[in-house]
Design a protein around this ligand. Structure first.
Ligand SMILES: [Zn+2]
Ligand SMILES: [Zn+2]
Ligand SMILES: [Zn+2]
Length: 281
């Protein structure tokens, strides 16, 4: 039996193992909803799923059938599909060793341009062949010279920034994993004076972890999609890279907080790895 919870701790649930299916999804919905490079899900029979607390704290996403999120912290809630008798659990919210690792990448045809897959798992352009389901895609956003644009899943919230960001990194800390409901976060740090909201910032909610010095997540209150958070005390905006609509031109430079990474996520590739924060940060 595996337990799961949202970042703020309002929502708790459990699911019976052992698990047979675990996958990484690079579709635009997952990237927008989580704000990460991809979502990682465990899929299990619905009969083994139980809410333990906080079901009433969950809000349905306006932008995606079945998707919902914690109204306080924005963590993605388990996705239940009674018509298929399946529960889809976001692995970033699950506790402990899952006894399984991701088996494949799906929707690599719509993966983020800034993310390179470096493992040897099978890759599928859309759904794996055994799954018959509709394909969703998003209209492309027209790139503008010198500007990087982004938006939430429903599109109500949009932002942009000028020039080259300060840095871009993959963070494996437990707060990022739980807050993004993903294997790891990828964040772009942008100088505050180069960042601007285009629309919808009044619709962005944020949740600061009470015991943290800075750690805060932000999300659109209608769709639950990730949103940038501004950190005036540090002079930058933290932009979840999955929210970007255009190629930022830069790529993640390191994996950080790998000492607290998910046991089920092997890091591959040759980016520098730091046990905690990198020396320059
Ligand atoms: Zn929560
Ligand atoms: Zn997806
Ligand atoms: Zn939204």
């Amino acid at each position: 039996m595996t337990k799961g919870a949202c970042l703020c701790g309002a929502v708790h649930y459990e699911i019976d193992g052992p698990f047979q299916t675990m996958l990484n999804c690079h579709c635009s919905l997952c990237r927008k909803f989580h704000g990460s490079a991809f979502a990682t899900a465990v899929i299990a029979p619905l009969s083994g799923f139980r809410w333990l607390a906080g079901e009433q704290a969950i809000r349905a996403s306006c932008a995606s059938r079945h998707r919902s999120f914690c109204a306080t912290c924005g963590s993605a809630a388990p996705l239940l599909a009674p018509e298929r008798q399946l529960a889809l659990l976001h692995a970033g919210n699950l506790e402990g060793d899952l006894g399984i690792e991701p088996q494949l990448h799906q929707f690599v045809g719509s993966k983020a341009p800034w993310y390179t897959i470096t493992d040897s798992l099978p890759q599928f352009e859309e759904w794996p062949p055994e799954i018959q389901a509709p394909v969703v895609s998003r209209p492309a956003v027209e790139p503008r010279e010198g500007v990087t644009q982004g938006s939430c899943l429903c599109g109500d919230v949009a932002f942009e920034y000028d020039g080259t960001p300060i840095r871009m990194m993959n963070c494996h800390c437990s707060r990022c994993r739980r807050g993004r409901s993903a294997a790891h976060a990828t964040n772009v740090f942008v100088a505050l004076d180069r960042f601007r909201w285009v629309r919808g910032d009044a619709q962005v909610a944020s949740y600061k972890v009470p015991e943290a010095r800075f750690f805060t997540v932000a999300f659109c209150t209608r769709c639950g999609g990730a949103a940038p958070r501004l950190s005036p005390e540090r002079g930058f905006a933290v932009v979840p890279a999955g929210t970007l609509d255009t190629d930022p031109g830069v790529r993640p430079s390191a994996h950080i907080f790998v000492a607290s990474k998910a046991s089920w996520f092997p890091i591959t590739g040759d980016l520098p790895r730091f046990a905690e924060s990198p020396p320059q940060a």
